[in-house]
Design a protein around this ligand. Structure first.
Ligand SMILES: [Zn+2]
Length: 248
């Protein structure tokens, strides 16, 4: 794995510096993604949707019950008027035939039964309405509370994303400047390994002989070559190795 690198020690040091910056920028990007996909926020959104639907459902039910109650009242009023009109005819001497009078009496009885049914239905709707209306206030209050919590959480998420994006944007020119200091071929190699290996293309190799990324002991000859400034690759994790003195 030994290869003459032809790179200056400073090139290799700059590469390590670039890696530090890239790691920091990746961390910021991951933070942005996390904030965008925050499961707590998503759960809160679902809770708010549910609360809104529950409120709507009660509103709709109250509306329907009011319509039923007034509809039943209107029906019974109309039939009552009809009965009054028939009774006026029956007792006002307008109906001469006994048979017709008997038929009308039967009809009036039927209509009274109908009135009773409509009144019952109306009362049932009113009863139900009395039980349902208080729920409307409860649901509205629950919706208000969850909406407020959601708005606060959304605002916090926006602030988090904005501040991370600002930090990220601030690092852009620095990243460019650092990358520009590294020879093209070395930079390409680094980028290639970095893209395939979780964002890490280069690892420091300390005096202890451990790869700074995977912490596996690097073979002595390889470590020695790296110490001499050659460009080596960790046999365990595939990252470029740059020798650093302890404490650096
Ligand atoms: Zn390694």
């Amino acid at each position: 794995m030994t290869a003459a690198s032809g790179y200056l020690r400073s090139d290799l040091r700059n590469l390590l510096e670039l890696q530090k910056l890239d790691t920091e920028m990746d961390r910021l990007r991951a933070g942005i993604q996390r904030a965008k996909n925050d499961p707590e926020l998503q759960a809160l959104r679902a809770e708010a949707d549910e609360s809104r639907a529950a409120h709507e459902a009660v509103k709709e039910r109250v509306h329907r019950l009011k319509r039923t109650a007034s509809g039943e009242e209107k029906e019974s009023d109309e039939i009552r008027a009809k009965v009054r009109e028939m009774e006026r005819k029956m007792y006002g001497g307008e109906v001469a035939s006994v048979k017709e009078l008997e038929q009308m009496q039967v009809r009036v009885e039927q209509l009274r039964v109908e009135i009773g049914r409509h009144e019952e239905a109306g009362l049932a709707a009113m009863d139900e309405l009395e039980k349902t209306e208080p729920l409307l206030g409860e649901r509205a209050e629950a919706l208000r509370v969850v909406s407020e919590r959601l708005a606060a959480a959304e605002k916090e998420r926006r602030n988090t994303v904005n501040s991370l994006q600002t930090k990220l944007a601030e690092l852009d020119p620095e990243r460019e400047a650092r990358a520009a200091r590294i020879p093209g071929e070395l930079l390409r190699k680094y980028e290639q390994i970095r893209s395939r290996r979780g964002g890490v293309g280069v690892a420091p190799l300390g005096r202890d002989g451990l790869c700074g990324q995977c912490l596996v002991k690097v073979p002595v000859m390889l470590a020695k070559a790296a110490q001499e400034g050659l460009l080596e690759t960790c046999e365990s994790c595939g990252r470029l190795l740059v020798y650093v003195e302890d404490g650096e």
